[in-house]
Write a protein that binds this ligand. Structure first.
Ligand SMILES: Cc1cc2nc3c(=O)[nH]c(=O)nc-3n(C[C@H](O)[C@H](O)[C@H](O)COP(=O)(O)OP(=O)(O)OC[C@H]3O[C@@H](n4cnc5c(N)ncnc54)[C@H](O)[C@@H]3O)c2cc1C
Ligand code: FES
Length: 365
């Protein structure tokens, strides 16, 4: 029996065995519990899972260790207080939860993080110095930083950091370098009217000091996966994709890697020689530029990245897709990948939301 939303302040409750509860599906337990488990009103997902005999990974059961960190795939939960050490704000913003602190507020689906899904690196606050600054395109700067203090910095390929230029608000930028390289590389695209990027374009110079905090993010290379890799970067979204692809090649991952770079026009294309040279050296790497707004006749492929994906593949079951760039590109490419059979947990995406995007999302939330 389900009680209507009106009867309970908008929430849709189900009565299981005489007790009000929500249904929670656990991705790793769908075979044993296809309909999910019932979580009683006010109870946590972890308590209910353990009661149901599920070996849900956990430790302290009090929000302090992070061992129960999980993806919230759908639905709403309310979390009681927990330590920032167990779940950072950035992780919470990306939809991760601690199931030992999570009380469902609707039917939900969750998945615990697999070992390959865990990027465990100490959080660093580093003083860095600009050692190289070059125009990658008319509106993208390629910046390399040396770490002066606060390191060493370990991260997983594809993660990002919060960068603070002197007297400016912090902004997120993805590492384009491999984790084993000494210098940190970033690709920063000018956003007209922005608080930070006009400074990078017009005033930043070699020798300037910047603060870098991180690493952050769940869109990183899963090194244990052996299925094909589709890597798609739009604009400066090429940065984390570069790190992912170069790391995969450097580590000798054997599977096919299909790299697509989406740019608007010819003048937005960069690092083409670099990736062509990599593809010539590695038989498992293919590389293609796709122009969405060519400004004249072109021999290149044209269209959007999601169209290229749909045209090139009939079935991507078992593949992993890594995506980064403008939110609209990321959203349409994720939808195209899912339509081709890529499981949601195999889509790893960083949409480069700006303050404007965030304000719009908050206004519509
Ligand atoms: C996970 C992640 C990784 C990223 N990685 C990269 C990267 O590698 N490279 C890269 O180039 N970018 C990246 N970005 C984007 C980057 O963080 C900045 O958002 C971007 O550089 C713009 O910064 P800005 O300060 O110049 O612009 P902002 O000050 O953020 O302004 C952006 C636009 O919004 C408008 N605006 C500002 N505040 C508001 C408001 N309150 N309401 C409405 N409009 C507003 C501005 O006029 C401007 O047009 C990433 C973003 C995320 C979330
Ligand atoms: S079990 Fe330790 S944070 Fe959840």
């Amino acid at each position: 029996m389900a009680i209507t939303p009106d009867a309970l302040g908008g929430a849709s409750w189900t009565v299981w065995g005489g007790t009000l509860s929500f249904k929670v599906k656990i991705r790793q337990e769908l075979e044993a519990h296809p309909d999910g488990i019932g979580v009683e009103m006010g109870g946590t997902i972890l308590e209910a899972a353990l009661t149901a005999g599920i070996a849900y990974p956990h430790g302290c059961q009090s929000g302090n260790c992070g061992a129960c960190k999980s993806e919230l795939l759908s639905g709403d939960v309310q979390m009681s207080p927990y330590s920032e050490h167990a779940l950072s704000k950035a992780e919470a913003d990306q939809g991760l939860i601690l199931v030992c602190r999570s009380v469902p507020w609707s039917d939900c689906e969750v998945a615990w993080l697999e070992p390959d899904d865990l990027a465990v690196h100490p959080t660093r606050q580093m003083d860095c110095r600009v050692v190289e600054l070059a125009d990658a395109t008319h509106d993208i700067k390629r910046m390399r930083l040396a770490i002066d203090s606060g390191g060493p910095f370990s991260f997983s390929a594809g993660q990002y950091a919060s960068i603070t230029f002197p007297s400016l608000p912090p902004r997120d930028y993805s590492m384009a370098s491999r984790p084993d390289e000494d210098l940190l590389e970033f690709h920063i695209r000018l956003v007209p009217g922005g608080a930070v990027t006009p400074f990078v374009t017009d005033r930043l110079k070699v020798g300037d000091h910047v603060r870098v905090a991180g690493p952050i993010g769940t869109c990183f290379l899963r090194e244990a996966h052996r299925g094909p890799i589709i890597a798609m970067g739009g604009g400066s979204g090429l940065a984390p994709i570069k790190s992912i692809v170069e790391t995969a090649l450097d580590k000798g991952l054997p599977q096919d890697i299909h790299l697509y770079f989406g740019a608007r026009t010819e003048r937005d294309v960069y690092l083409e020689d670099h990736f062509q040279a990599l593809a010539a050296r590695h038989a498992n790497l293919s590389f293609e530029v796709v122009l969405s707004e060519p400004d004249g006749p072109t021999a290149r492929r044209t269209g959007f990245l999601h169209e290229a994906l749909a045209a090139d593949y009939a079935d991507l079951d078992g593949a992993k897709v890594y995506l980064a760039g403008p939110p609209v590109m990321v959203e349409s490419a994720v939808a195209a990948a899912e339509a081709l059979g890529v499981r949601r947990q195999d889509c790893h995406a960083d949409a480069f939301y700006t303050e404007e995007d965030k304000a719009r999302m908050e206004a519509t939330a």
